[in-house]
Write a protein that binds this ligand. Structure first.
Ligand SMILES: [Zn+2]
Length: 159
């Protein structure tokens, strides 16, 4: 398993407010990494302060890599655990089933997670032939499907 980032923040059911999960794993920026809401996404850097090239396993005692484009500060990413798992995530109170959880990164800052339904995920992925999980958000709030990030991540060896 390639490492992911963890966001230590709860996601709540949109119909009843029930607690769906208290943390979310996703891939963006430095991996592995751990965030709380309001923190700025980080990137692995070289000793001279420049950002390590993304989508390459970096030297070290444990696997680490950068996912994405450090020049892109506004993105939406889907979680690594629930989206595409088929079972989704069920609200323990009202039993509504969500099909994924999204995390918005706005101006480089990690925001609170949001549960997603199948239609929302399908809309984000429109036109893509692979299950993309990272989307660029343009200033007009439209999204760009980044199959290039998806394929580059797939090329990173599993460790
Ligand atoms: Zn609920």
């Amino acid at each position: 398993m390639k490492p992911a980032a963890q966001l230590l923040a709860p996601a709540f059911c949109m119909s009843c407010g029930g607690l769906l999960t208290d943390s979310v794993r996703f891939r963006w920026g430095a991996l592995p990494e751990c965030y709380r809401v309001g923190e700025t996404a980080r990137w692995w850097q070289r000793q001279d302060g420049s950002i390590e090239p993304p989508f390459q396993l970096l030297a070290g005692d444990s696997p680490r890599w950068n996912f994405g484009d450090p020049g892109c500060a506004d993105v939406l990413v889907l979680d690594e655990d629930v989206t595409d798992s088929r079972l989704g995530i069920r609200c323990p109170i009202c039993a509504f089933v969500y099909d994924g959880i999204s995390v918005r990164i706005e101006g480089g800052v990690v925001q609170a997670p949001t549960p997603e339904k199948l239609e929302g995920i399908a809309w984000l992925r429109r036109g893509s032939v692979e299950p993309v999980k990272a989307f660029e958000v343009r200033p007009d709030h439209t999204t760009v499907v980044h199959e290039d990030w998806h394929w580059a991540a797939r090329s990173v060896p599993d460790v």
